[in-house]
Every structure is written in C-alpha cells, then in structure tokens.
Design a protein around this ligand. Sequence first.
Ligand SMILES: *Cc1c(COP(=O)(O)O)cnc(C)c1O
Length: 467
Amino acid sequence: MNERLKKDLNEMASILDEVKNQGISYLEHLHSRPTSNTNEIISETSLPVDGWGAKNTLKFFNETFEKIMVSSSGPKYWGFVTGGTTPASIAGDWLATIYDQNAFKLSGQGDISAQIEIETILLLLDLFNLPKNLSGGLVSGATMSNLTCLATARQWIGKQQRRDYAKEGINGAIHVLAALPHSSVLKAMSLLGLGSVNITSIKTSHGNQESIDLVDLEKKILQLSGMPFILISSAGTVNTADFDDFDGINQLKKKFNFWWHIDAAFGGFASCSKSHRHLVNGWQYADSFTIDCHKWLNVPYENAIFLIKESHKILQIETFQNSNAPYLENKSGKVDYLNLLPENSRRLKALSVWFSLLAYGKSGIQEMVDNSIKHAQSFGKRIEKCPNFELLAPVRLNIVCFTLNDYSEVNVRTFLSALNETGKVFMSPTFYQEKRGIRAAFVNWRTTSEDVSYVIELMKKINKKIS
Ligand SMILES: *Cc1c(COP(=O)(O)O)cnc(C)c1O
C-alpha cells in the first residue's frame, strides 16, 4: 500500500473528526457567511507526484477555496431555486458516501441499496399523495429526470407508430407541445434527437399567467389530425410558479392520444401544503413526473426523482436497457435500475431522502413548505407596499417576481448587482412579460421572518443609494 494511503488509513478517525468539526462550523456560520463574492480562483495547483495526504490537502483546500465559498445553502440565498440541507439529509448523505454502495441492481445476491431506493420512492408517493401505479428512481437533478421521462415518452410515440426509436434512431417526426417549458426540457429534447427547436408552442392563458391556454392546446392538437404527441406541462414555472390546469388537461387526455409529462421540479411540493395542494389537482393522471429533492426537500445536491406509470415499464426498459452484458444478467424477474434510467453505477442518493422523510415526516415537510410560502407571501406584500418596487406577478407559491419602478435594463441590473454584492442576500435576474425583473425563490428551511424584514430594508437602502 502506498505510504500516504497507509498513513491516511491509520488517521481515518482524526481526518473525519476534522471534517466534521469544519462542517459544523460552516453550518453554524451560515447566517453570517457572504452569499456572493467576486473572487476569481487562479489555481496554479499541479498534480503532485507524491501526494500530500488527506489532512494537508484539507489545509490547502481551506487556504485556497474554503474562505471564498458562499453560503448558497443558507437562509438568504434566494437565487434560482436553491435548497439547503437538513440535519437528517446530511446524515444520510454522509452515510451514502461512507457505505459507498452501488444502487444499480435490485436482484440477486449482493447489495440491498436499490431496495432502499424503492422504499424511498414509495415514501415520496405517500408524501405527494400520488398513486402507487407510478414507479420511479433517483437521478442527479430535474434535468436528468426530464430526460428520463422524455426518453420513455419518445419510445411511447414509436410504439404508436410501430417503430422502436431506441433501437432504430429517430428518422420520423415526433411532435412535442408546450407553452413555457423549462430550459432543461429543451436540453433533453436536444439529447434525445428530437431537436430543441421542435416544440409546437401553445399560448399561455390570458392575463398575467404562464399556464397553458387549453383552448389553444385543443386547437393545436386538432391540427395534428390524430398523430400521437408529447405534452409537457408545468407544476410551477420558474418565473412565477404558475401551474397548468391539470384537471383540464386530463379531460383532453380522455379525447386524444398523447403522453403527458409534468415538470414539477419544485412545484410538486405544493401537494404537501393544505392551503396550496389544489394547485396540483388532477396531476395524478399524468404519464410521467419530474420532482427535484435537492430544491424544496432540502437534501444535498444531486438529487431528483422521475416517476413513470407502471404500465409504461416495458417502454422504459426498451429505452434504457443495458443489453449485451452477460455478467449483469438477472434471473429474478425484477428489473434492475441500470435498465430503467440513464446511469449504470449510481451512488445511494436515496439515503439522504429516506433519512429526511423519516426524520421529519409528513408534518415536518409540510411545515417546511408552508414556511417558504409564508415568507414569499410576506416578501411579496412588502414589495407591494414599497413605492419603488412593483410585483410582476401574484405570489402563487414560493417565488416572488418583481421589478423596480424604473425597470430599464440598466437600472435593474445596477440594483441587483449592488444588492448581491452586499453578500447579505442573493437573487437572480429574469425577463418577464417584456420587463426586466428579479426573482426571489423561497426554498431554504432555515429562512426566517427576520431575514425577510432585513432584506426589504436592505433593498430600500440600496435603491436610495443608486437612484
Ligand atoms: C430547477 C428546475 C429544473 C432543472 O433542475 P436541475 O435539478 O437543475 O437539473 C427543471 N425544471 C424546473 C421547473 C426547475 O425549477
């Protein structure tokens, strides 16, 4: 054994102790650590011939990177849709690393980690109040989940046309309809050979909305003259958290032949809130779902699930089967994860989700979701009261989309960069209904009412300073 490795092996306990203590210190200072920095890393590290050992490497990491890491897992990081980490999720994630299982096989002798994943999916179905005729797995994010669902949807279209696109490739037309799909959906289409520009665009509903206009949808469906197609719908658009009318879409599904996918990356968690679960009414009839766990469930990156109706399993296997590998043969009749999703070897991501679900239960997660909604609403109300700011859309869930009275590009940009530069809060820019805007997404379980008040005062101050 290499000398450095041997030394590290002997020091394993104290290496992990140092990391644990450093982790605790990071978490205890999340409130005060800056949310942004402008440092660029100029790394001149070259690969050493003789390694430094774990402790010296940790020391070097601390000197070069640690002090400029931002508190993106903290309570005032409101950019994009960024979650944090609950204690139980960290426990599960650490253990996933330490046990280092490969959750790819469900069958035969060997490790049981894939069974933990199945159990985790069942717990999540219960959390979201979704039917048990869905089966799913964990992937690295909503992007991979959208990809997994759309790949199976592509195979479904093939079946309608007596083709096997997974085997033959696509040399026919596949129709995809959507109003405001997330950018990751376009990426999935590009990866799948569907072409990211090949979306038949559906109008959004009248007024200040981002949801699908069902009348226009039906019109576009009729233009397809009975051809099968894929419909991508949203449970929470990123700008304003608008939801499509799932009951309405379900009515159309009874009349027309299509694969219905719901991107519920963060909005799926509306199902956990008594006051907001109506937003997902009717979603249980969809063919496939994308839900991120590393956003609103507040588990560490990379963590998302896909859910696909059991009745489509054969299409999923046709799409993802890892064929021609005799050493992976499975005689149990169970389908291994490596034949159901893009990756073969996989980390036991389910463990941090499993820990969170059991540690906090339905009511704990409901409270986490309701708190984010409460903070978004209160932030929105205060913005409405400020003469210098303006809400761009009603606060429907956990996202506040707003702008300044003077919403010229220069002004909004100057304001936002001055705000983010304080390092006290982080928000992201957007463009909504012809206006430059700003988004604040409330996802982190640690955010408090005091944080919201603090940020409003800070915003007023900055606005005064730049105008
Ligand atoms: C964040 C998000 C995605 C992409 O998710 P990743 O986890 O970043 O891959 C897809 N759709 C929606 C609606 C999202 O909010």
